[in-house]
Design a protein around this ligand. Sequence first.
Ligand code: AVI
Length: 313
Amino acid sequence: MMNSFAEDVHAGLSSDNKYLPSKYLYDANGSRIFQEIMNMPEYYLTDAEFEILSMQTKQIHNSLHFSEPFNIIELGAGDGFKTFKLLEYLVHNKVDFNYVPIDISKGAMDLLSKTLKKRLPGLKIKPKVGDYFEILKVNKESQYPSLLLFLGSNIGNYSKEKAISLLELFHRNMKSGDKLLIGFDLKKNPITIHKAYFDSYGITKRFNLNLLIRINRELEADFKIDDYDFYCHYNPITGQLKSYIVSLRAQTVNIKALNSAFHFGYNELIWTELSKKYDLYEIDQLAKETGFELNTNLLDCKHLFSDSLWEKK
Ligand code: AVI
């Protein structure tokens, strides 16, 4: 029996246009490299969203109109760095709420609870490890109103169809009056966007090539990492930033766990990730298409990023 990583790698590398799903970029090493990406000055997304969540906390709280106590459920919380200021504001203002961070990484959740218990002793934190689906089901039954957080432009990593089904899943598992605060990276000068992903330090390249290292380790493959490079392309019309691994020569790779060999042509591409950029009109359309009402778009001062507040009526 193949596990799903094995099955997905098999499907992606057998396709005419080769691809590997971006969710597999985040093994322990990949998650560490992603932290490095978020610390690069060129990767403006993190700072922009941090600014919104630190400077507009009062406005976010005021637009919730929730009775207390309420829940803040953060989907894919990671290190919780961006959310800290919002939580701090609420705790200092004696607002009664439960913080429920959700992540697939148990390590990340353990670390986050430890840090938050120390830095914000008054916080009621109930971390959950698992996929969104199971945990969201519980939200539907909760007697308290909930604010769901889906930050960091994570939605940008989903194709249009997958973004719609994920948002519909959120919608189905929300109660009437629940809110969703969702982070969108906005369309902007294409050079700024390209620089955030095609960094001169080679960090994003390492992030992508780590996927081949992971396949070598977990599926007993023999990718020679130096024979691959990284490329990305931004299309300012569609807002799609696409990342690729490039095979620098014609070569064949054996993947033992798949009992298969795969041929890569000279300069052949393996598509690894979509990072879609939105404009405010598209955000509005997406809210409507998935049954939400858009309450407000909160932008940073440079208008690079939007945390948009949606409501289930
Ligand atoms: C997690 N996600 C929103 C990041 C993005 O911008 O698409 C992942 C990433 N890939 C390369 N740099 C950052």
